[in-house]
Design a protein around this ligand. Structure first.
Ligand code: NAP
Ligand code: HSE
Length: 439
């Protein structure tokens, strides 16, 4: 049996999980993949720290450079997070032509183009299954299982923390803050939880998936991103009454073919809270679970569901990469499947202002005759159609909620009309608008 020696950079939630999973399933992995993985070094910030998964003291160190450059380390596993030192770690390993496994979507999102180019130049491999959707093998599915498909649509619930919060708010009536604290205690949240709740973590993952699906690098600033901070229990309740569930949904859609010298299509990529019909399977993806729905032009719809965050789920994805990396190492194979291959004629990313969705709108208005007429007039002038109106009875006080369901409308037209509506004297709070996805 061949031995492969690992240098694990990071011994926290995921690093500890990988260490533990290798102890638990190392012999299974050995018999299936044909490699005996030995941990040669685990690099942490503080070797004295008490760790939930104990790591023998003689394996621990704080010098990542010494670990990466150690000739006995054949494979580098970057599980420290962040984009500064982690970038140096990955760069150094690739320069030494050592394969790298990473779970770091923030790093790939910010520097992926550079790191994949370096890997190609140095003829080394970079594996990143754990960077998107925890235990769901979505990278392998896109790169291998669906390689013969054009990916026309991809929808993802990609942030476990946000999904956990929205689920606890809907099913248990928890406050946003209480639910966030639970997610942090359970090890789902990023060190800086604003990455989760402001949608950036999901956008980083959506960018990786969109780039893989469409063969050109999509930069984070090209992805319209809105998180769940502003979602209230009131919106969750109204959405439920209307037959919807609010999910933080990543959307990657191929636009219509645009005729020209070279026919092309543009790609819509966004992450935002979205009303998902209760009858759709993604509405019942709850708690920390993630799901990705991929629509291929040959395969049709494929749905993947699993734990999107947490120690064991992420460790499982890392183990899968270890097996691939060791196999490629054995046969000296580089770039078996190049990660981002330019496809047919893409026309870049569609500006979000051109994106078209049906919308849910919640207004806080004065309950007096003429209010609805004023609002309808402004929407009518912008050529925005209302599909239904609800003004729930029983609300007291100076203002009452008014819910409008809007037919397909361009984002730019909606923001402009709602900014005018927000300035009406009968409207008492900034309007809330959430896109609806009908799949
Ligand atoms: P974590 O619990 O904070 O662990 C980070 C580890 O890296 C710790 O062991 C820390 O040392 C070490 N470290 C950080 N900076 C270091 C430095 N400059 N030098 C040496 N060691 C350093 O983070 P995590 O949750 O395991 O996440 C790791 C990566 O996996 C991130 O990229 C994250 O986005 C990704 N990921 C996480 C999850 C999840 O559910 N948590 C899921 C998928 C992907 P100390 O232990 O001494 O502090
Ligand atoms: N914080 C991330 C999440 C971890 O909640 O999904 C997994 O990438």
């Amino acid at each position: 049996m061949e031995m492969v020696t690992l240098g694990i950079i990071g011994g926290g939630t995921v690093g500890g999980g990988v260490f533990q999973a290798l102890q638990r399933n190392g012999s299974l992995l050995c018999s299936r993949a044909g490699f005996d993985f030995r941990v040669g070094r685990v690099v942490v910030r503080d070797v004295k720290k008490t760790r939930p998964v104990p790591i023998p003291q003689d394996l621990l160190g704080t010098d990542w450079k010494a670990a990466v450059e150690d000739p006995s380390i054949q494979l580098v596993v970057e599980l420290m997070g962040g984009t500064t030192t982690a970038r140096q770690v990955v760069r150094r390993a690739l320069e030494l032509r050592k394969p790298v496994v990473t779970a770091n979507k923030a790093l790939l999102s910010a520097h992926g183009e550079e790191l994949f180019a370096l890997a190609r130049r140095r003829q080394a491999n970079l594996y990143y299954e754990a960077s998107v959707a925890g235990g769901i093998p979505i990278i392998k599915v896109l790169r291998e299982g669906l390689i013969g498909n054009r990916i026309t649509h991809l929808y993802g619930i990609l942030n476990g923390t946000s999904n956990y919060i929205l689920t606890r708010m809907k099913l248990e009536g928890l406050d946003f803050q209480e639910a966030l604290e639970e997610a942090q205690r359970l090890g789902y949240a990023e060190a800086d939880p604003s990455l989760d709740i402001d949608g950036h973590d999901a956008a980083q993952k959506a960018g990786i998936l969109a780039s893989l699906a469409h063969g050109f690098w999509i930069r984070p600033e090209q992805i319209a991103t809105l998180g769940i901070r502003h979602i209230t229990k009131l919106d969750i309740q109204f959405a439920t009454q209307l037959g919807y569930t609010i999910k933080l949904l990543a959307k990657v859609k191929q636009g219509d073919i645009e005729k020209g010298v070279r026919d092309r299509f543009r790609i819509h990529v966004s992450v935002s809270p979205t009303l998902v019909p209760n009858a759709h399977v993604l509405a019942s993806v709850n708690h920390v679970f993630n799901a990705v729905l991929v629509r291929g032009d040959v395969a049709g719809d494929t749905l993947l569901y699993g734990r999107g965050a947490g120690q064991d789920a992420t460790a499982s994805a890392v183990l899968s990469d270890l097996a691939d990396a060791a196999s490629d190492l054995r046969v000296g194979l580089q770039g078996r499947l190049p990660p981002f291959v330019a496809h047919e004629h893409h026309g870049g990313v569609l500006p979000y202002k051109e994106a078209v969705f049906p919308y849910y709108v919640r207004l806080s208005v004065v309950d007096k005759p003429g209010t609805l007429a004023k609002i309808a007039l402004l929407l009518g002038r912008a050529k925005i159609g209302i599909s239904s109106v609800i003004q729930p009875e029983g609300h007291e006080g100076e203002s009452v909620p008014l819910i409008l369901m809007i037919h397909d409308a361009r984002h730019a037209a909606m923001t402009q009309a709602l900014s005018q509506i927000g300035r009406l004297a009968v409207v008492k709070a900034p309007p809330v608008m959430i896109p609806v996805e009908l799949f």
